[in-house]
Design a protein around this ligand. Structure first.
Ligand SMILES: *Cc1c(COP(=O)(O)O)cnc(C)c1O
Length: 371
């Protein structure tokens, strides 16, 4: 591996948070997906402990054998209610949820059409399904229309990130739903980075655009980001969920996630509803960062979400800047190909509700000094 593409892991010696211990040194952290600062929230720690007292640690089996706990039932019901859908299904990870969606809905003679910048899990899912994989230009409904026009045979599933994981921009869901309706294509949204963060209720990108199950029949989101726990769900109508449960190999052939985790995630959803100040404060921090970055002429992309990428271009240079920042006590890992397209290596800055205004100001000052 040359050109600065070798991946190295840094060791965390503390809980996730704005101030972490990294490789046994303190650092200010601006690259987690813990957008609401819940990963180390005392209420979630308590809920996880309580869940373990109630249900033990391991689930002991897959869902179909004897690993499906009442904690999972409660969480599925809660997610269905929260997202305004008939049912929900819990997966161990978002990666597995995406595998389930595409492989269960499509086969050899069908087509899956994805945004060029979709998360890798959706591309892998398409390959596993054996369906034809087509892509449309990033966040471009007209390009989607063109691709749909040329691929009219069989069933068609259009799939997109709600908030793009490495760019932070929001998919133009309203326009995409119109195009999908015209071609009778299903639309699936992976809202890993929008769920909990966007919308007045924290319902995510669909809440932000006020779109329901009619327009977006397949909704997937994860618990490992804004909710501060781990796992994922797919929500939709009875027929969809039954189909996933009966056929998705990434649901059937795996051990059910620990019920205590489901218990903690239930508490996280409560926090999303109760602690609305987290979303409001996070939004104010985003505006503060953007205003500061503009003043300093930093090359940030247009994004209104907590993901604020600073585009560097060259992979090696991105690593150098990341290292220079760490020397000054600020941790932002460099994101390089193949996670992002060639020559768009970046510092993927993320803000969270656990950061203070002073910490964001220090980030801006340090960026200005290092760039
Ligand atoms: C993180 C992420 C996933 C994977 O979810 P995990 O629970 O971490 O496996 C899927 N899609 C997107 C867009 C993501 O950002």
């Amino acid at each position: 591996m040359t050109q600065g593409l070798l991946r190295r892991r840094q060791t965390l010696n503390s809980p996730q948070g704005p101030v972490i211990r990294l490789n046994d040194r303190e650092a200010l952290n601006f690259c987690s997906n813990d957008y609401l600062g819940l990963a180390n929230h005392v209420a979630l720690i308590d809920a996880l402990k309580q869940g373990a007292e109630k249900y033990g640690v391991g689930s002991g089996a897959s869902h179909m054998i004897c690993g499906y706990s009442e904690a999972h039932v409660k969480l599925e019901e809660r997610i269905a209610e929260f997202t305004g859908r008939q049912r929900a299904l819990i997966f161990s990870t978002g990666y597995m949820a995406n595998l389930a969606i595409v492989t269960s809905l499509l086969g050899r003679s069908d087509t899956v059409i994805g945004d060029r910048l979709n998360h890798a899990s959706m591309t892998d899912a398409a390959q596993l399904s054996r369906a034809r994989l087509k892509r449309y230009k990033h966040a471009d409904p007209q390009s989607l229309d063109n691709v749909l026009k040329k691929n009219a045979e069989g069933k068609t599933l259009v799939i997109t990130d709600g908030v793009f994981s490495m760019d932070g921009d929001i998919a133009p869901l309203r326009e995409l739903t119109t195009v999908c309706r015209a071609y009778h294509a299903w639309l699936a949204v992976d809202d890993a980075h929008g769920f909990g963060v966007l919308g007045d209720k924290g319902g995510g990108t669909l809440n932000y655009f006020d779109l329901g199950a009619q327009e977006v029949p397949v909704l997937m989101a994860t618990f490992g980001k804004a909710l501060g726990t781990f796992g994922a769900f797919v929500a939709g109508d009875d027929e969809l969920i039954e189909m996933l449960m009966q056929t998705a190999r990434s649901y059937i052939y795996t051990t059910a996630s620990p019920p205590a985790l489901a218990w903690a995630t239930l508490r996280a959803i409560e926090l999303i509803e109760q602690e609305t100040w987290r979303r409001e404060y996070l939004h104010a921090l985003i505006l503060r960062f953007k205003a500061g970055a503009r003043q300093l002429n930093l090359p940030i992309k247009a994004s209104e979400t907590p993901i604020q990428p600073l585009i560097i271009g060259d992979a090696r240079r991105a690593v150098e800047i990341s290292n220079a920042l760490l020397d000054k006590g600020i941790f932002i890992s460099a994101i390089r190909p193949p996670t992002v397209p060639k020559d768009t290596s970046r510092l993927r800055i993320t803000l969270t509700a656990a950061h203070s205004e002073q910490q964001v100001d220090r980030l801006l000052e340090t960026l200005a000094a290092v760039l």
